[in-house]
Design a protein around this ligand. Structure first.
Ligand code: NAD
Length: 352
């Protein structure tokens, strides 16, 4: 069996989790760790040594010119997603690009078009789709347990949780908690609800706490010459979909809330659930009942990443359908663009 030739662009935090899947495939004799790239030479050398890559690069254009790669993970900061993804696609590779797809929908559309032109797979890093909890709820949705899902809530609130660095610098990140954390729960909701098409969004953003905390003992220090902190620290929004579903979204890096909250809640004509609690609320014989569904109930970070990478390689080689196609990344960026625009204009924004 021919081994899949693997490349990585961006050797920071999240790439280590991609390696869980690639190392498993390598151990099974199915993949070869060929090349990795980071603009930081020290980082790329250390990464190659730790994982056993054959060659290192500090420029992904050079890497894609020199190497023949089958599958490439793009794990760079958001503002570099478009260039690195398009470079890898043009170089003949299938690409798994981390979330969010890009800085905005225009860039995301260009990436999608390039994948179509190249005839290559472009998968999005929507890792929540690969969680065991998502599998369990997806099956219940398919069984009709919830009936018609008409309302949902996607929540990712942190009390004091800006990752700092480039995440707080709009030029590199495209925004704050909405584009960083919100994407996970918005996408999971949309995925569980059968990927309806968004039609409009109304949103608000606030930046009351982050900058103050950034300069205090409670947060982090922005030194001279480092990334400025200029993103929202709270976003709240409502999105309407073409099947009648309305989604309420809340995402924060900083909020005066006790502890952090992350959940997706679905409310249907027959039953409702919180994916985090994994309890189904419904009625039976004229009474309210709650039950715990069979199956796995948790989202486990490392197994989900392993499943995502193995799913990506399988989809790239035609063994299974891609679970997180680029098209859904483009829809997500359209939702995010509309929410940010609405927050600026104070008006509801149509999504096409
Ligand atoms: N799926 C998830 O749960 C999850 C979690 C964290 C981060 N992410 C996403 O992963 C991406 C990376 O985040 P991170 O936390 O690993 O950041 P990071 O800062 O730890 O790593 C990013 C790396 O990319 C490198 N880089 C930047 N531009 C480059 C380029 N043009 N070519 C090569 N290397 C380049 C940087 O030098 C850095 O080493 C982001 O898009 C982020 O949103 C996803």
């Amino acid at each position: 069996m021919k081994k899949t030739r693997i490349g990585i662009i961006g050797c920071g935090g999240i790439s280590q989790f991609h390696m869980l899947g690639y190392k498993q495939l390598e151990a099974e004799g199915k993949a070869e760790l060929v090349a990795c790239c980071d603009i930081d030479e020290k980082k790329v050398k250390a990464f190659a040594e730790k994982h056993g890559f054959q060659r290192t690069y500090t420029d992904c254009h050079e890497m894609m010119k020199a190497e023949q790669l089958d599958c490439v993970s793009v794990c760079v900061w958001n503002s570099a997603h478009k260039d690195c993804t398009i470079t890898a696609l043009r170089g003949g590779a299938n690409v798994l690009c981390e979330k969010p797809m890009a800085l905005n929908a225009k860039e995301a559309q260009e990436m999608y078009d390039e994948a179509q032109k190249a005839g290559k797979l472009l998968q999005l890093g929507f890792v929540r789709r690969f969680g065991e909890d998502a599998d369990t709820v997806k099956k219940l949705v398919a069984d009709g347990t919830f009936g018609d899902i008409y309302y949902a809530k996607a929540t990712y609130l942190r009390q004091n949780g800006c990752p700092g660095g480039w995440f707080g610098d709009r030029k590199f990140s495209g925004g704050g908690p909405l584009i960083d954390l919100g994407v996970h729960v918005i996408d999971l909701t949309r995925y569980l609800a059968g990927c309806p098409k968004p039609v409009s969004a109304y949103g608000v953003t606030y930046a009351n706490l982050g900058m103050h905390r950034a300069e205090s003992e409670m947060g982090w220090h922005v030194e001279e010459g480092e990334h400025p902190y200029n993103v929202e620290d709270l976003c709240a929004a409502m999105v309407r979909f073409d099947n009648g579903l309305t989604l309420s979204i809340e995402a924060s890096f900083n909020l005066n809330i006790e502890g952090d909250v992350g959940d997706v809640q679905l409310f249907g004509t027959k039953a409702g659930t919180s994916v985090g609690q994994m309890r189904i609320l419904t009625t039976k014989d004229g009474k309210f009942v709650t039950f715990t569904p069979e199956g796995e109930h948790s989202f486990r970070f490392s197994p989900a990443f392993t499943a995502e990478i193995i799913g990506f390689v399988d989809a790239a080689e035609g063994r299974r359908e891609c679970l997180a196609p680029a098209e859904d990344g483009v829809w997500l960026m359209k939702i995010i663009d509309a929410i940010y625009k609405s927050a600026k204009t104070g008006k509801s924004v149509a999504i096409k």
